[in-house]
Design a protein around this ligand. Structure first.
Ligand SMILES: [Fe+2]
Length: 257
């Protein structure tokens, strides 16, 4: 099974820029690259920070750009998003208990898409209602493989400023995943960096956004925005494992044969 992950679009009012870049033009280039190279993907998952401002106009711009996208897609929210404004535009999005979260059952297992948005705050939350929902979805999956998608990484990435903006209830999340026993991978956004590793034995990956990125800076209290290239992830899942390719879709450097 081939799926794609796209994250941290940070759309602003069309025509305006963010960090000296045009987020909507970046998204359109990403969509065009996906259609050109991966129109056969089974699903594209957008892991949050769809908007920079949370304004309704940004979600309308997103809806317009996604009309061009060939594969099926699912949208998740991040800390910059506004749930109410999002749902005004994407009124058919799956919600549970008011949260934009859901599952996709595939032949390779269950994908679980979390809503970690805490309005007005950069941190993520999985309060009791959301943890209870997740517990039920994990129980339903029984021993089938589970793949978790979360805007906020629940694991530390050793960049102190970003780690302070993680999931408040990460310590409550982990026992649920361990209890299920077959969570194969956690895919996250939020950090605007390519990162891979494992968290207490569970493989994890994070990738760059489609607009601006975060500098690789381990300072305690600062992170610069950068113009490192935008990327999306091409993910292959089968019974043997999970492979994540990070694709810099604007890269036009020469190729040699
Ligand atoms: Fe972001």
């Amino acid at each position: 099974m081939k799926i794609l992950q796209v994250t941290d679009l940070h759309l602003v009012t069309p025509g305006e820029t963010l960090c000296g870049l045009d987020p909507l033009a970046r998204l359109e280039a990403c969509v065009a690259d996906i259609n050109r190279n991966h129109s056969d993907a089974e699903l594209v998952i957008f892991t949050g920070d769809l908007s920079e401002t949370g304004e309704e106009i940004t979600y309308r711009a997103l809806a317009g750009a996604l009309r061009e996208l060939v594969p099926t897609y699912r949208l998740m929210l991040g800390n910059h998003d506004n749930r109410d404004n999002f749902l005004r535009v994407f009124d058919k999005a799956a919600t549970h208990g008011g949260f934009v979260q859901g599952v996709e059952d595939t032949r390779e297992g269950r994908l679980i898409l979390l809503d970690t948005l805490l309005p007005g705050r950069p941190e993520g939350r999985l309060d009791e209602a959301r943890l209870a929902w997740l517990r039920d979805r994990l129980d339903e999956a029984s021993d089938r493989p589970v793949f978790l998608f979360s805007h906020h990484p629940p694991f530390p990435i050793h960049m102190p400023l970003l780690d302070r903006m993680g999931i408040i209830e990460a310590e409550a999340l982990y026992p649920l995943l361990r209890e299920h026993g077959n969570v194969r991978h956690i895919f996250a956004g939020h950090a605007h960096r390519p990162i891979a590793g494992s968290w207490r034995g569970i493989p994890v990956s994070v990738l760059r956004g489609t607009n601006h990125q975060s500098a690789l800076d381990f300072s305690p209290d600062r992170i610069a925005n950068t113009h490192e290239p935008p990327a999306y992830a091409v993910i292959f899942i089968d019974a043997n494992g999970v492979i994540v390719h990070f694709h810099d879709f604007l890269d036009r450097t020469a190729a040699y044969y």
